[in-house]
Design a protein around this ligand. Structure first.
Ligand code: AMP
Length: 428
């Protein structure tokens, strides 16, 4: 079996790690990969949106299954192109990936499927957007409709802030094309939860839910980032809640996608807000694993779980269970470079101690390995440090201790990943 993983972040290293654990005889390629994936297979120096080159590489290396990690190649239609060549792919078509690449489209699907979501309106004209903002109560959430790498959502305490955000996106080109259409949404209160479902368009298996940490600073302060950490499982998710998410969110959305002629397959990531009144609101969809959620979810799954991905891709999936339970708790701490997310510094030498122990996995993201073997920082999020334990507090201790010991100049990280769960566990 020859597997190609598209992407080069911590998520893709975690995917390669899990694939290698489950199928050690498989030959793994990563494009472009990173020094972490290089230890598990062969890196191909191809950009994630170079669709033609990726399709050619799949032919050249006789790839059996391609797993697409990030959203950009999905939005660019990589899955369609590979399927057009008769190849098995894990990941949705370009049309189905619009659930993530157009928030306006996602809102439309949610409305048609009658799935609870924050009330919203979509605008391409600034004046209409400003009128709408003036007529609504604070706070408001202004979202760029297109892909904006985690920078597209602005929670605005006041109408003036919302007006500024709409102006910057619609008139000021703040996010390029992604911001030329905006969704303005009411603010909903509650606890956030990420529920990821594997699906072939009909069958559904729910993965253990995770919670991520978007803000740069401890206590959820500072600017939004791609994600500074995640943990899994989240004990506030009862089997009843997961059954509700399946029935009230995932199933109706899959039915609506099929009805629209864009059946969804791959992993559907629902960003949820659990409101105090028991309603589960969908805040967003992602059409792929989250990063860093993948680094907390995948290594805790039972051995063999990646077979689901391969079977979905090969259209021979017959899952026996509706949910997958984790075998161990995991907490992932992201180690970022100084200056992240605005202007991350590069080039610092990284030291990873060899004796971090069996309860820790270190996934690479923004790293490069030089010819002499030195590992250096080469991006905003440098490493993901996943600690394991019987419960989240134990996993958090393992992750924090290892994060402390890994050294590079400018190391920027949060020591409070999983704080909500620790509070729930009475261990904070
Ligand atoms: P999204 O990319 O849509 O998940 O938004 C990013 C973050 O913004 C979410 O994780 C929430 O913390 C926050 N957010 C988005 N939409 C809303 C909303 N309608 N009400 C409250 N917070 C929101």
């Amino acid at each position: 079996m020859r597997i190609l993983v598209v992407g080069g972040g911590g998520r893709e290293h975690a995917l390669c790690w899990a694939l290698h654990r489950d199928t050690p005889e498989a030959t793994i390629f990563a494009a472009p990969g990173n020094p972490g994936t290089a230890a598990l297979g062969t890196n191909l120096p191809i950009a994630i949106t170079a669709v033609d080159d990726l399709v050619a590489a799949a032919t050249q290396h006789d790839i059996d299954v391609t797993i697409i990690g990030p959203e950009a190649p999905l939005a660019a239609g990589l899955a369609d192109r590979l399927r057009g060549e008769g190849r098995a792919v894990f990941g949705p078509s370009q049309a189905a990936a619009r659930l993530e690449s157009s928030k306006a489209y996602a809102k439309e699907v949610l409305r048609r499927a009658r799935v609870p979501t924050a009330a919203s309106a979509t605008f391409t004209e600034l004046l209409a957007a400003l009128d709408h903002i003036l007529a609504h109560t604070e706070p408001l959430v202004v979202k760029a409709s297109g892909l904006a790498a985690g920078k597209g959502v602005i929670v605005c305490v006041t109408r003036a802030e919302a007006a500024d955000a709409a102006r910057a996106m619609l008139a000021g080109n703040a996010l390029g094309d992604a911001g030329h259409e905006v969704v303005i949404e009411e603010f909903v209160q509650g606890e956030e939860l990420s529920v990821l479902a594997l699906t072939d368009g009909e069958r559904i298996v729910i993965l253990p839910p995770a919670q991520d940490h978007k803000r740069l600073g401890e206590g959820d302060t500072g600017p939004n980032t791609g994600g500074m950490g995640a943990y899994c499982p989240v004990t506030l998710t009862t089997p009843a809640l997961l059954a509700q998410v399946r029935r009230d969110v995932i199933e109706p959305v899959l039915r609506e996608m099929a009805a629209q002629g864009a059946p969804y397959e791959g992993v559907l990531y629902a960003g949820l807000m659990l409101a105090p009144d028991g309603t589960t609101y969908v805040l967003e969809f992602n059409c792929r694993f989250g990063d860093p959620e993948a680094q907390a979810i995948l290594p805790g799954l039972p051995k063999g779980a990646t077979k689901h991905l391969l079977d979905i891709a090969r259209r021979r999936w017959r899952p026996k269970r509706q949910v997958i339970a984790p075998t161990r708790a995991a907490v992932t701490t992201v180690l970022a470079a100084r200056g992240y997310p605005e202007k991350p510094e590069r080039g610092a030498a990284i030291h990873i101690p060899k004796d971090l122990g069996p309860d820790v996995l270190v996934f690479h993201a923004g790293t490069v390995r030089e010819a002499d073997g030195t590992l250096r920082t080469a991006g905003g999020r440098v490493l993901s440090v996943t600690g394991f334990g019987a419960d989240v507090p134990a996993a958090a201790r393992a992750s924090a201790a290892a994060s402390e010991r890994i050294a590079f100049d400018g190391k920027t990280w949060r020591r409070d990943i999983a704080w909500r769960e620790l509070q729930r566990a009475g261990a904070a």
